[in-house]
Design a binder for this molecule. Structure first.
Ligand code: GAR
Length: 192
């Protein structure tokens, strides 16, 4: 059985999809960590009975990361999952959890990294769009790609339909990819 800690900054729909998607597996979401006290993700955590920690960011970010490390201590998570976590983790933090941090991004990376990826993808001349799930490295939405799913943009009539399509793919596939990845790794996270 693996314990997962999810980091999220906003709506938390992927967080909720992961909680539901892993029920019935040996794995569980042990905690939600957010940098945003007003994140709807917090309400979801309360409703779902998942413990949460609110850790606001100031400067330097390393102070927030020190608090995050302390918050992770009771859980010894096998995996950290970034589900709409809009902070860049420091290289030192990422290196403390080698190959144990996953991120989801709403585009076919390396196209449209960073903020507003759904809008950027929709307004681009690309014929296809989709989602990417990858291992986190030191960059912004970079790192080894584990999974991508695409569709033809011409199948969507407007931006709302396009956005819905992206989110539906995320909610469907993120729990599956997490479960598959957990099957490949066994040991608790190594901390330096
Ligand atoms: C998701 O679309 C996720 O792919 C994106 O934030 C959204 C969070 O939605 N992440 C990024 O853009 C990371 N660069 P949610 O809070 O409803 O899960």
């Amino acid at each position: 059985m693996a314990e997962i800690v999810v980091f999220a900054s906003g709506t938390g729909s992927n967080f909720e999809a992961i909680v539901h998607g892993l029920s019935g597996t040996p794995h569980m979401v042990a905690c939600l960590i957010t940098d945003n006290p007003n994140a709807p993700a917090v309400d979801r955590a309360k409703r779902l009975g998942v413990p949460h920690r609110i850790i606001p960011y100031g400067k330097p970010r390393i102070e927030a990361e020190t608090r995050i490390r302390a918050a992770l201590e009771p859980y010894r998570p096998t995996l950290i999952v970034l589900a709409g976590f809009m902070r860049l983790l420091s290289p030192g933090f990422v290196d403390s959890f080698p190959d144990r941090i996953l991120n989801i991004h709403p585009s076919l990376l390396p196209r449209h990294p960073g903020l507003n990826a759904i809008r950027g993808s929709y307004e681009s001349s690309d014929e296809d769009a989709g989602i990417t799930i990858h291992i986190v490295d030191h960059g912004v939405d970079t790192g080894p790609i584990l999974f991508q799913k695409s569709f033809k943009k011409s199948e969507c009539h407007d931006f709302e339909e396009f956005e819905d399509r992206i989110h539906t793919l995320e909610h469907t596939w993120f729990p599956v990819v997490i479960n598959d990845y957990l099957a490949k790794i066994e040991e608790p996270v190594h901390r330096r």
